[in-house]
Design a binder for this molecule. Structure first.
Ligand code: BYC
Ligand code: FE
Ligand code: FE
Length: 470
């Protein structure tokens, strides 16, 4: 379906045929732009960045690349193509035609899920707003801005659903999405990880690897929804998400590559004095971002999650590829729990264990990425392995939040935690060191000393292309 770029709000939902919705969104648009001006990337708004914009929602060739100033980016409403005769594929309503309208009895729950999803998008833009000032290259600066404008568009996607399907309270929620602020004591963002600071580019790459990946799994579960407009919205968002995780994965690979080069050239582990990030510090940042991101899956056992599923609102990852009854009324699932001075797996009702199941899918996906990072280290001939910490390590949500657990999964005392956590999580000193490396590099084709250039540029452009210009 073609995207209409002639109207004020680009869309493929025939917005011009729905005057009420068009007015609601046109009323919200200037508020969004005000928010973008206040809370979007600091500086650079008058600069031209080489960005991709969606021009169609087909799997092939939806992207168009060109220079745009961020405030002129054509944020809009893009839904994936409808699937003919789509059904509700799980839960109590399995087999019914997918809903084109919100089922009255599920209104509150659906709105809440959409608000929670929507809240993360502007939160991440707020968290990243100062990073442009310390970019390691124009290539990285452009990737940051690409992610920022797309997270802005993801906010548009959720606001569209709120305005189109939830009437007056939807409009109020759409306004509130612009009023909460990441890290604000009085009006914080909803989920924990989205109130943490992203003060440097190592944190940014870890965030886009670990936290955007939560986005992948949550969006994939919502893409299974029986509420068809939510499904189609999330399906299109997922196509954009892939680039965000790419930025994180390749960003960390490039940092590792550079560190390993210095270790080899100078035959030392003591690399900080050469202006690169030592591997143990990388492990600490990994521990931090993994642990705050696994928290985003909620409690191991959750009646909310069970309800979302039986209602047909939020499915499992790859729901329609799983071969079972898609109702799970009698099924069980093995969940890790604390037992004595260690852990054991216990069979729980599959329905209440859905958060944990999604977390398992997520952890497996993270582990594959970490394996690829370790290949970079290995190829450099260096004997060091990054590891995901135990999932009970440093948790704030769920049963493990009561415990103190080391990265290897040993339950320890508060005293031992107090004495050792500085070995496992970034200390103020580590953070200050990383921040001390963050000097902007904006000369065409130049890269900061602490990160290797990318293997290739964006859209087949060279690595010394002017990705952001005056
Ligand atoms: N922080 O039954 P429980 C993305 C709350 S990322 C704070 O365990 P449930 C992106 C929970 O809300 C994807 N609070 O949880 C990435 C509940 O509150 P109430 C975001 C938390 O409901 C990078 C209580 O604890 N999308 O797109 O089963 C850049 C007990 O709840 C947290 C979604 O999350 C937390 N970490 O599941 C940009 C999808 N965890 O009821 C974007 C929509 C739980 O006591 N959200 N709580 O007030 C959901 O599906 C669910 O709300 C959750 C929680 C999976 C988050
Ligand atoms: Fe997003
Ligand atoms: Fe993202």
């Amino acid at each position: 379906m073609a995207i209409d770029y002639n109207s004020r709000i680009p869309n493929n939902v025939n917005l011009s045929d729905n005057r009420r919705l068009q007015r609601a969104l046109e009323d919200w648009q200037p508020k969004f732009l005000d928010w973008w001006g206040d809370m979007g990337p600091a500086g650079f708004q008058a600069r031209e960045a080489y960005l991709r914009t969606a021009i169609s929602v087909d799997a092939q060739g939806w992207a168009n690349f060109g220079y745009v100033k961020m405030p002129d980016y054509r944020w809009g409403i893009f839904l994936a193509e409808p699937e003919a005769e789509r059904k509700v594929n799980f839960g109590d309503h399995k087999g019914e035609a997918a809903w084109q309208e919100v089922p009255g009895e599920y209104r509150g729950v659906l709105r809440r899920l959409i608000v929670t999803q929507g809240d993360t998008e502007p939160a991440s833009v707020e968290q990243q707003r100062l990073l442009g000032q310390t970019c390691p290259s124009l290539y990285d600066l452009r990737n940051l801005f690409q992610i920022n404008v797309e997270e802005g568009r993801h906010l548009w996607a959720m606001v569209y659903l709120l305005d189109a399907y939830f009437g007056r309270d939807g409009r109020e929620e759409a306004e509130a999405l612009l009023q909460r602020r990441s890290g604000d004591a009085d009006k914080p963002r909803i989920l924990g990880a989205f109130n943490e600071a992203t003060p440097d580019w190592l944190s940014f790459f870890m965030f886009t690897f670990f936290t955007d990946r939560d986005g992948k799994f949550q969006l994939a579960s919502l893409a299974e929804s029986g509420f068809d407009p939510l499904s189609r919205t999330c399906r299109f968002m997922l196509t954009e998400e892939a680039h965000h995780m790419f930025v994180g994965e390749t960003g960390i690979s490039r940092v590792l590559q550079r560190t390993c080069e210095v270790m080899r050239d100078f035959k030392t582990d003591d690399v900080r004095k050469h202006g690169v990030i030592d591997l143990p510090t990388m492990q600490k940042y990994l521990n931090f971002h993994f642990s705050v991101s696994v928290d985003l899956f909620g409690s191991e056992l959750s009646t909310n999650a069970a309800n979302y599923y039986t209602m047909g609102i939020k499915g499992r990852f790859d729901e329609t590829r799983i071969t079972d009854d898609h109702k799970l009324s009698d099924a069980s699932y093995r969940v890790l729990e604390a037992h004595g001075d260690g852990f054991r797996e216990k069979e729980e009702a599959a329905l209440t264990a859905l958060n944990e199941r999604l977390r398992d899918d997520y952890v497996a996906d993270c582990a594959r990425g970490v394996m690829r990072w370790n290949q970079v280290i290995k190829r450099a001939g260096i004997d060091f392995e990054l590891k995901l910490p135990h999932r009970a390590f440093h948790r704030q949500i769920g049963q493990f939040s009561e415990l103190r657990v080391d990265p290897q999964g040993k339950i320890i005392s508060q005293a031992e935690w107090d004495a050792k956590h500085h070995q496992w999580l970034p200390t103020d000193e580590d953070r200050l060191f990383v921040i001390s490396l963050m000097k902007p590099v904006t000369e065409i084709g130049k890269y900061a000393n602490w990160i290797a250039p990318p293997a290739r540029g964006i859209n087949n452009m060279p690595v010394d292309f002017e990705y952001v210009r005056a």
